[in-house]
Ligand binder design. Structure first.
Ligand SMILES: Cc1ncc(COP(=O)(O)O)c(C=O)c1O
Length: 398
């Protein structure tokens, strides 16, 4: 009997038709239902902060929405703008602006190189690749990017003009950067500050599911070192309210933000202030904390389930992973360089996973060990089946 036949015998519910999917970190419908339930009590605002929400204008976003962004990102109001859905789009626009116009202390060109801690967010890497900017990988240490590796890299490479970071519940590894790590990282960047961009994607700023360390806001650390013009923070409500219909935020120095407005004025006559107004009203009736607690009730049992199923494999050395304390992903390393085979066998049994290498620049995982699991979308029963398929394949192959 081959491995597939063995597993089909062990998992008799495999019917060959049902598609199981752990590819993308999407909120489950039940998470979106929470937002819809509260939304249905809201009246649509057409005016707020003395501003006609129906019209063009206010490229910096509605003041009340900027306040919301500054409370999510823990940034200053004056240095926070509220824009449209998708922080990923903002990241694209920031990099475009750095590439085509340049910020005060950030100018990218096709000779630039960007440091990428890995495994990381696949869409960041594709975005940077699309600009023809070279990506150089560094591993993680326990509490953030590996600082020795960065120091070594900076001593050898020229034209290193940026780093991309997800500082809390990093996608997919779950790393949360300690203050010491951030302080030392930023210290390493001080000599490069005439042209360096820190892309700080705080997508999971308030997405703790287990106790997670407190972090000093990154801009406070940056300011102490004179790096305020080098830091670009982004975030959104995509994984807080409605994915794809949320609002996004950018925080940087006021000089950078005014440059960014100039750049964006040629892209849009103004952000969607109706949606910003809806979000402001929403969070007047439901606090961010209450919202995140309700989401946690749905997400936490899923994260527990993945760990319950995979822990025996981890304990017997067949794979390694850190149980995340928040965010949206598990990052699993097989004990052997056989991630391709694992993903292919899972696919043959009906479980879709991200292609191997997706969490690395240029799609290249040098060790061929890493597999990302995104457990939030399926319901618990389906998730149990997904992870059981994965577990059985991994067990047979390792
Ligand atoms: C690190 C990170 N940044 C950004 C996003 C996308 O956020 P948004 O919907 O605001 O574009 C994701 C979604 O998975 C993510 O993991």
């Amino acid at each position: 009997m081959n491995i597939l036949e063995h597993i089909r015998q062990e998992l008799p519910w495999l019917d060959g038709n049902t598609v199981y999917d752990l590819t993308r970190g999407k909120p489950a419908p039940e998470q979106l239902d929470i937002t819809q339930r509260y939304c249905s009590d809201l009246t649509i605002p057409y005016e707020m902060d003395g501003i006609d929400l129906r019209n063009y204008g206010n490229p910096e976003g509605l003041p009340s929405a900027r306040m919301l962004g500054s409370s999510i990102l823990k940034t200053n109001f004056e240095e926070t703008h509220a824009l449209d859905n998708s922080s990923l789009t903002l990241m694209h626009q920031i990099i475009s602006c750095a590439f085509f116009l340049g910020f005060k202390k950030s100018k990218l060109s096709s000779d630039s190189k960007i440091i990428c801690p890995v495994p990381g967010y696949d869409r960041h890497f594709k975005l940077i690749e699309n600009f023809g900017v070279e990506m150089i990988t560094v591993p993680f240490q326990k509490d953030g990017p590996d600082l020795d590796a960065i120091e070594d890299l900076l001593s050898k490479e020229s034209n290193v003009h940026g780093i991309v970071c997800v500082p809390r519940h990093s996608n997919p590894t779950g790393h949360t950067f300690s203050d010491d790590n951030v302080q030392q990282l930023f210290e390493l960047l001080v000599p490069l500050k005439d042209n360096f961009s820190v892309f700080w994607d705080n997508a999971y700023a308030c997405h703790d599911i287990d106790e997670t360390i407190q972090q000093t806001p990154a801009d406070q650390i940056a300011k102490r070192l004179g790096l305020e013009d080098n830091l670009f923070q982004v975030g959104s409500t995509s994984k807080i309210t409605l994915a794809g219909s949320g609002i996004s935020f950018i925080s940087s120095s006021t000089e950078n933000l005014s440059k960014f407005i100039d750049f964006r004025n040629a892209i849009t006559p103004g952000p969607n202030k109706m949606n910003q107004g809806m979000h402001v009203k929403y969070f007047e009736s439901v606090s961010i904390e209450q919202q995140m607690n309700e989401l946690k009730k749905i997400i936490k049992p899923k994260f527990e389930l993945v760990d319950d199923i995979l822990k025996p494999l981890k304990d017997s050395g067949l794979c390694s992973y850190e149980k995340p304390t928040g965010g949206y992903f598990y990052s699993i390393d097989s004990a052997k360089s056989n991630a391709d085979e694992i993903v292919q066998n899972c696919s043959d049994l009906g479980l879709r996973l991200l292609p191997v290498g997706s969490c690395f620049p240029y799609g290249k995982d040098p060790d061929k060990k890493n597999i990302r699991l995104a457990p939030t979308f399926p319901d618990l029963a389906s998730l149990e089946r997904c992870v059981s398929i994965f577990k059985n394949v991994l067990k047979y192959l390792n």
